[in-house]
Design a binder for this molecule. Structure first.
Ligand SMILES: [Zn+2]
Length: 569
């Protein structure tokens, strides 16, 4: 049975003509089925064989996470990845690269990869046996290692815990170490020839490797078992962990000082602006912690404290003001994303429940949005607010402004982000528009402008969104108009555009096919915020003894206070 609708015929013709594009996406010759043997399930695109597609999550269905991950975070926290969060791995990896060179092991990429993976397995086993880390121990490769270590009654057998090239070093630490000017990667030209393996890049790196060696030099693990084949007694790994574990960096004063300097000191060979921004990222958290210690452990508090510090920076151009503004603009962007997430959720639920399998014209769907999503009773300030679609949006904006005085945007976010009402998203976005007025007067060179102007291919950044929202509000819309406008411009259009670029992976939750909008039951509709490095900053900061728990309370330590002073004063 051949389906002979017009689009199928077009596709057949195009396949014969080789690779081409339809609706803006590429179809490689032969990748699209001509015959559809079974009728496609309702909701699937009719004109191609669904078996040619792979349904995938599409983790950024509105094109918002990419703004944080690809545009903003590299500007705010250069050289730190989400999973490069333990400072001792800096010393360990430099030490391992140094030992590889000192022992004159065969200098091939494959050999070095196996070497690093084997060593990090042994190290991970020791971390899992660390008496101080206990159940919190989470070395690279822990998923594989944990059951092995648990089963090992007396000795831990040798093995590998991470499968990829260069193991966890290759995945999480190699790029940061290169950006810190500590490692030269294989393939880098040296004397007109590419080097075959990764090498220490500077005397600083050698000094850190030496310091780690000094810390562990008397252990039986280093003296007898390093690079051996035989199983390692648990007691040997435990003794190694007492000096070499991730949690023990601060007990090696020279080593921790060198690691801090690698992160925070400007020196030839590293981008000075990257060093400054890294220092500012840590110092912001530490300075905010002087009055709000929760920021050291809890990202929501970091949002709250940063946004609270924002107003006092207007008109200032100090390093402190610039840093606060940059981070507040990131958190404003995350808040804007969460507001749209609430709208997105409402739209998808409505579509899945009410849109017929063959779809409906987009204008009819927007009418449905106006009718079914524009009234709700929601908590606001100390009470509740009854909203309906005929209310002027500016009236609602004023109500939001009046009733949320003294509340942080972070409080509104936690109150609304899980809501099933699309209008909760609008309340969030109206509050954002109101609060952002305080930044209207800052200069184009401010930290706020730099970060809030970072946008994506399918969505505007924070600045662009607020400008467009205000232009819409200036037309005096009612709430139903605002809802339809937001849904059309910031939910339907960008999702259709983004999912189209992901083909042949099928990530559509809904799709414009010709003049009809169709909804699909999978993939799921939830998505979260991108990692903005709070967790890595927190754990790196603790490892470097910039802060620590004192009697169960997080406190900024002397080195942290020094960093704040050097950065902002
Ligand atoms: Zn430990």
């Amino acid at each position: 049975m051949m389906r002979c609708d017009i689009l199928s015929l077009i596709v057949i013709c195009m396949i014969r003509g080789g690779s081409t594009s339809v609706n803006g996406f590429k179809i490689k010759g032969g990748s699209v089925g001509i015959e559809i043997i079974k009728p496609a399930p309702s909701g699937w695109p009719e004109w191609v064989d669904r078996h040619q597609f792979t349904v995938k999550d599409g983790r950024d269905p509105l094109g918002l996470e990419t703004i944080t991950t690809d545009r903003i975070v590299p500007l705010l926290v250069p050289g730190i990845l989400a999973l490069s969060g333990r400072a001792r791995y800096v010393s360990l990896h430099l030490f391992l690269l140094d030992e590889f060179a000192r022992r004159r092991l065969e200098p091939t990429a494959a050999n070095q990869s196996i070497y690093m993976r084997r060593c990090e397995y042994d190290f991970g086993a020791a971390v899992l046996l660390c008496e101080r880390c206990g159940a919190e121990a989470a070395p690279v490769g822990a998923m594989t290692l944990r059951p092995i270590v648990r089963r090992a009654e007396h000795e831990v057998p040798r093995g590998f815990s991470v499968d990829s090239d260069l193991g966890g070093y290759g995945l999480y630490y190699r790029t940061p170490l290169r950006e810190l000017g500590l490692v030269t990667q294989r393939g880098t030209p040296m004397d007109n020839r590419p080097i075959p393996i990764d090498l220490l890049a500077s005397p600083r790196a050698e000094a850190i490797a030496d310091a780690f060696r000094e810390a562990i030099k008397d252990t039986a693990f280093y003296r007898q078992y390093f690079l051996g084949q035989e199983p390692i007694p648990r007691a040997v790994l435990q003794a190694f962990a007492r000096v070499g574990c991730l949690c023990r960096l601060a007990e090696s004063p020279h080593e921790v000082d060198l690691v801090r300097r690698a992160f925070f000191e400007e020196w030839s060979g590293v981008d000075p602006e990257a060093v400054r921004r890294r220092r500012q990222a840590f110092a912001l958290m530490l300075r905010l912690a002087e009055t709000t210690p929760e920021v050291l452990k809890d990202e929501a508090w970091h949002h709250r404290a940063t946004l609270a510090a924002l107003e006092s920076t207007v008109g200032e151009s100090s390093a402190w003001a610039t840093t606060v503004q940059r981070w507040a603009a990131l958190y404003g962007k995350e808040y804007y994303q969460d507001g749209l997430l609430v709208l997105w959720r409402g739209v998808n639920r409505l579509g899945r429940e009410h849109c017929p399998p063959d779809g409906m014209p987009p204008s009819a769907f927007l009418d449905l949005v106006r009718r079914r999503l524009s009234s709700a009773s929601l908590p606001l300030g100390a009470g509740t607010v009854a909203l309906d679609g005929a209310q002027p949006t500016n009236q609602v904006l004023n109500e939001v402004a009046r009733r949320t005085v003294g509340q942080s945007l972070e409080d509104l976010r936690s109150a609304y982000v899980g809501s099933k009402h699309a209008l909760a998203g609008i309340l969030m976005l109206l509050a954002l528009c109101d609060r952002a007025r305080v930044m209207d007067t800052v200069s184009d060179h401010s930290g706020w402008q730099e970060i809030s102007r970072q946008g994506g291919n399918s969505q505007p950044g924070l600045h662009g969104f607020i400008s467009r929202f205000r232009a819409h509000l200036s037309q005096g819309p009612v709430l139903a108009d605002t809802l339809a406008w937001l849904v059309q411009n910031f939910v339907i259009r960008p999702h259709d555009q983004i999912a189209t670029t992901k083909l042949p992976d099928f990530t559509f939750r809904f799709r414009l096919e010709g003049d009809r909008l169709k909804f699909y039951d999978s993939p799921g509709i939830e998505f979260g915020l991108a990692d903005s490095r709070h967790s890595a900053l927190s754990s790196l900061g603790r490892d470097m003894d910039l802060w620590n728990d004192v009697d169960g309370i997080p406190r900024v330590m002397a080195a942290g206070r020094d960093l704040v002073r050097a950065t902002f004063i």
